[in-house]
Design a protein around this ligand. Sequence first.
Ligand SMILES: Cc1cc2nc3c(=O)[nH]c(=O)nc-3n(C[C@H](O)[C@H](O)[C@H](O)COP(=O)(O)O)c2cc1C
Length: 261
Amino acid sequence: MIIIDKEKCTGCGACVRDCLNKTLAIREGKAEYIRDCFKCMHCIAVCPEDAVSVNDPDNSMEEIFPIDESCHVDADRMLRFIKSRRTIRHFQNRPVEKEKINMLLDAGRFSPTGSNSQNVSYIVIREQRDEFNALAMKEFRSLKSPDRFSLVFPPPFDLSRIDFEDDEFLFKGADTIILAVCPSDVNAAIAAANMELTANGMGLGMLYVGFFIRLVNVTKPLKKYLGLSEEDHVAVAMGFGYPDVKYYRTVPRKPAKVTWL
Ligand SMILES: Cc1cc2nc3c(=O)[nH]c(=O)nc-3n(C[C@H](O)[C@H](O)[C@H](O)COP(=O)(O)O)c2cc1C
């Protein structure tokens, strides 16, 4: 339930203008909440008088903070940060602190989702990481024959390039594995991208594990181990850890394919 503090509300209409659902209206000079909505919370963010709040145990007002200079990131700096990001495939044998994992989860949680569904859930595999990796590799190795392999990994995947002997083929020694479970690949991918950049900002590196995604969504034992149903969709698999590699420069990229209309 969205609550308008009528004492504070000046009737400026900023919340009405920014409301996607026509949930708010100005009546007798004050904003009024007139119908239920999907709670994007823009009305809270846009009110210059701090007159809007929500009373919902799932959406705590406690974590709100004012937007000031400290929230600003210069675009040139941001682009350099994005360009210097690299997929990490060599990790130190060093645990990722729980506080840092919580910050990664926060980066995911505050990412946008279609209709503000906030429907990405996370599985953090830390203490059971080696046991889980062993099971994943067992399932992966069961695809060793060309017929089975091509069912899960169609061309251009090339069986001859896979090192089935490498126990860390999938997760490359990453300390913490986080799976984003979501019916929407887009919602999960946006969360993952923000998590990766946040990880980089904390000195951590990240690996997207696409091989695991194909595997987990077709093999029953892995979903069972994770406590997922067959219908659950694991959208993104991420390995996090302290990098054991240093990159000295950025990489070239193809020009963007752009149609200007
Ligand atoms: C969806 C997705 C799945 C990926 N899966 C794997 C993977 O299973 N193993 C791996 O070593 N790298 C994986 N990568 C990393 C890509 O190979 C890497 O992003 C690409 O080569 C460009 O390198 P960069 O990320 O350092 O710019 C994946 C990347 C994405 C976006």
